[in-house]
Design a protein around this ligand. Structure first.
Ligand SMILES: Nc1ncnc2c1ncn2[C@@H]1O[C@H](COP(=O)(O)OP(=O)(O)OP(=O)(O)O)[C@@H](O)[C@H]1O
Length: 787
């Protein structure tokens, strides 16, 4: 570090006294500040609207805002992908408010992945519409009279029946989410005919959230929306926004099935941002499974940094992955402060979604006003919420995607004056975190990951086809455009669709909408119920129930802990009671795989990589209870039935000769392949925007279907979710990163940061770290030549 920055100074002061040989800091770099690039207000924006924006504090738009607004106004679907706090809302507000003002019938729809963000965006629109500009003194507060007919209104699970009726009849700008659009709007679209006939814009905010199974469901909901609007006479333009989305135009096209353009050049000003990567040291005298060393937890390390930054007067947000983690971090930071700076204890708090709305607003105000200096939070503060004046962000554990990392990092430095900030990523004991803190380029120099969706997955597509047919008869051309010929033939053969002259109709007695839970995954659902209050805590895909809500499993719901007493798969019920144990659980599964089809294959000498359809049979055989320190408390056995999952896998085979050549002796094959498989599962999220819990794996010395040493990594969802496809498509990058992650871990013979897996059915045995490096090096060498 040459010239000290705000961030490097803050870190230096916090690290004073640390033994340089054991420094947890693995990297520090500075992202330079940037000046604003302005544009003129487009000449199609009415003066009264420009006045309102000016009165709301926006004198001139930034260049990217105008570019995106112009595309949308010209009728092109547009994806705006610029940094956090780059004013993306204004970019869609300009064409929408203009159109609503000029055409008294025009309507618009706004979609966000969370209700909180939707509420925030309505507030932002209301603020523009109520800005008094040059209205005469004494004009009524609230929305100005000339804008009253626009009536932006929320329409989600919290909206009561009366307001819903009012919104349908009067609102010209509806704020909702994909879930409500599916179940509450498209299912009864006849009542919305006027709204759809005049629908001119659809906003898809924070579009990178639509990935994996949720993304595939949303893609189909959006296609149904466009189809219904067009059949009613409307022709909406879609405006997608995201601070972090790879290939935004392609991503939007994948989501809506139609061509789109992108705007990515960010014209907003930014302060100087220092980014630090941090790897907690190993704990002395504490060991985990099979005696492996374990690191100080990311939560405890984050709490220490939070307390240090608060002492330095730096206003800091500290992100934690779980709500429980948030409470613990805030508590630990307060305990540390109580010993050294007791006057600061009350200036640190926890923030999470389970709190009452009033408490959340109070906390948000206290953060903005500076009454609170340090706040531990879940990703509830990651999206949208416009809090300014923060100096530092601590990201406690890689949040799963590069997109989320930048989203969280972007919460600091939103101050327009200087905006200098510090971001620290604290690694968890996990291969992906280890890799990232030792390979800064993979995090800081890499474009964000592609959002993976697979709307062609028949297990997702078929229920949506039934909904579409129930909404309006399905026509040949639509079926072809949705790539659904086979699925429609199957539904027709099953008697669920009937072909008539005007198209395909859903068979009498079928009400398909309620059968889809667009966040719940695929297939049937198991309900999780608190037996002490009869409260429904949530649902889980039945295919994943045995590994997540087996008897004895710890289940977290809105920050509260529950322990599962009973799982009844026949009735689809998991019964739980509240309990706050100091351990967590992870299921142990045994897996068998049969290859049913080969979709694609790349040979490289005697090695092969293939994309295959597989039947995965797994059986949960027990679970581990692990203390929060990482220490294993015990292993509990379970007797659960086996289940079969038909899905997609990426598979590679090697030969005994190639392994021997790479230096792996025959007795070490199982441990080497097993360790390589675990690490590859841990690293797949680097290329496929999924969670390691979305995927599974199997390695074997000799698979019956290949006759060779074989490793599979498969999607944990019926029909697949697109993750294995990404693994196949980016095999070289994925395997090279996996090799580097294992090789750069400082442990001697394998630990949770490299080759141990928290859900291994074989108790992480055998594992051969050195052998895994040899296997991965061999694959990497061969395939990088090939690519
Ligand atoms: N042209 C502009 N000039 C000055 N300030 C602006 C301009 N455009 C927007 N802003 C302000 O910037 C802040 C961030 O805007 P906004 O919330 O729309 O950003 P965003 O890109 O949606 O952020 P996020 O990605 O965090 O959701 C707001 O306070 C807004 O009023």
């Amino acid at each position: 570090m040459h010239t000290p920055t705000f961030g490097s100074e803050l870190l230096r002061r916090s690290m004073a006294g640390t033994d340089p040989a054991r420094t947890p800091l693995t990297h520090m770099s500075v992202i330079a500040s940037r000046a604003a690039s302005f544009a003129d207000w487009p000449d199609w924006v009415p003066t009264e609207l420009v006045d309102s924006f000016r009165a709301d504090g926006i004198d001139r738009p930034w260049a990217h805002q105008v570019q995106a607004a112009e595309h949308a106004f010209d009728g092109k679907h547009v994806a705006l992908c610029t940094g956090t706090a780059s004013g993306k809302s204004l970019a869609y507000q300009l064409p929408i408010l203009t159109t609503l003002l000029k055409d008294p019938n025009a309507t618009a729809l706004y979609l966000s992945p969370t209700k909180a963000l939707g509420a925030d965006q309505i507030r932002s629109v209301a603020s523009v519409l109520s800005a008094t500009g040059d209205l005469p003194p004494g004009a009524a507060p609230g929305v100005q009279r000339r804008f009253t007919h626009l009536q932006p209104c929320a329409y989600d699970g919290d909206t009561d029946v009366e307001l819903r009726q009012w919104a349908r009849a009067h609102s010209r700008w509806i704020f909702t989410n994909p879930d409500m659009l599916h179940i509450g709007i498209l299912s009864g679209h006849a009542r919305w005919r006027h709204f759809f006939r005049h629908l001119r814009y659809v906003v898809v905010d924070e579009a990178h959230h639509y990935r994996g199974v949720f993304g595939s469901h949303t893609a189909l909901v959006l296609r149904r929306l466009l189809r219904i609007a067009r059949s009613a006479g409307g022709d909406p333009v879609v405006i997608a926004t995201s601070a972090t989305m790879a290939g935004p135009a392609e991503a939007l096209t994948r989501l809506i099935g139609e061509p789109a353009v992108a705007v990515t050049e960010d014209g907003s000003p930014r302060g100087e941002r220092t980014v630090a990567l941090w790897e907690p040291d190993f704990l002395p005298a504490v060991t985990g499974e099979n005696g492996a060393p374990i690191r100080r937890s990311a939560g405890a390390e984050s709490a220490r940094l939070l307390a240090d930054f608060v002492i330095e007067g730096a206003r800091t947000l500290c992100f934690q992955r779980s709500r429980r983690g948030v409470e613990l971090t805030a508590l630990q930071a307060r305990n540390l402060l109580a010993q050294i700076a007791p006057e600061l204890v009350e200036r640190v708090a926890a923030y999470r979604a389970g709190y009452l709305a009033v408490d959340r607003r109070r906390l948000e105000r206290a953060i903005s006003d500076g009454d609170l200096i340090g706040v531990a939070t879940t990703n509830a503060l990651e999206l949208g919420v416009d809090i300014s004046g923060l100096d530092a962000v601590i990201v406690g554990g890689y949040p799963g995607t590069v997109a989320s990392f930048w989203q969280q990092a972007g919460r600091a430095g939103r101050q327009r004056t200087s905006g200098d900030s510090l971001v620290v990523l604290v690694a968890r004991d996990d291969p992906l975190d280890t890799y990232l803190v030792h390979h800064p380029d993979a995090l800081l120099g890499r474009p964000v990951e592609a959002t993976v969706t697979d709307p062609a997955n028949p297990y997702i597509l078929k229920p949506h086809l039934l909904c579409a047919a129930a909404e309006l008869p399905l026509r040949e051309a639509e079926i072809a455009a949705w790539d659904a010929t086979d699925a429609v033939a199957e539904l027709t053969a099953e008697g669920k669709l009937k072909q008539r002259k005007a198209g395909w109709y859903v068979a009498a007695g079928i009400e398909p909408h309620a059968d889809i839970d667009i966040r719940g995954g695929i297939g049937g659902q198991v309900l999780i119920v608190d037996t002490t209050t009869s409260q429904l805590l949530g649902t889980v895909d039945s295919g994943r129930a045995m590994s997540t809500v087996h008897p004895g499993a710890l289940h977290i719901h809105q920050g509260e802990s529950f322990v599962i007493d009973e799982l009844d798969l026949d009735d689809g019920l998991a019964l739980a009671h509240p309990e706050e144990p100091d351990w967590t659980t992870s299921a142990r599964e045994l897996t068998d795989i049969t290859i049913t089809d080969e979709v694609a294959r790349r040979d490289c000498g005697d090695l092969t990589v293939s994309l295959v359809d597989v039947d995965v049979t797994h059986q949960v055989v027990g679970y581990l209870r692990t203390l929060l320190s990482g220490e294993v408390l015990d292993a509990v056995e379970l007797d659960m039935p086996a289940q079969t999952l038909s899905t997609r896998a990426v598979m590679y085979t090697l030969t005994p000769e190639s392994l021997a050549e790479a230096g792996v002796t025959i007795g070490d094959f199982p441990g080497a392949l097993h360790a390589a498989e675990h690490a590859a599962i841990g690293l797949l999220p680097l290329v496929a925007s999924c969670d390691r819990w979305d995927i599974g794996g199997l390695s074997t010395n000799q698979h019956p279907d290949t006759g060779l040493p074989t490793v599979f990594v498969y999607d944990g969802y019926m029909g697949g979710a697109g993750f294995a496809d990404r693994g196949f498509a980016t095999f070289d990058t994925w395997i090279a990163a996996t090799r580097d992650a294992v090789a750069s871990c400082r442990c001697e013979s394998g630990c949770p940061s490299c080759v141990q897996s928290p859900k291994c059915g074989n108790g992480n045995d055998p594992l051969d770290k050195d052998g895994a490096i040899k296997v991965l090096t061999l694959l990497g060498r061969r395939y990088s030549k090939d690519d």
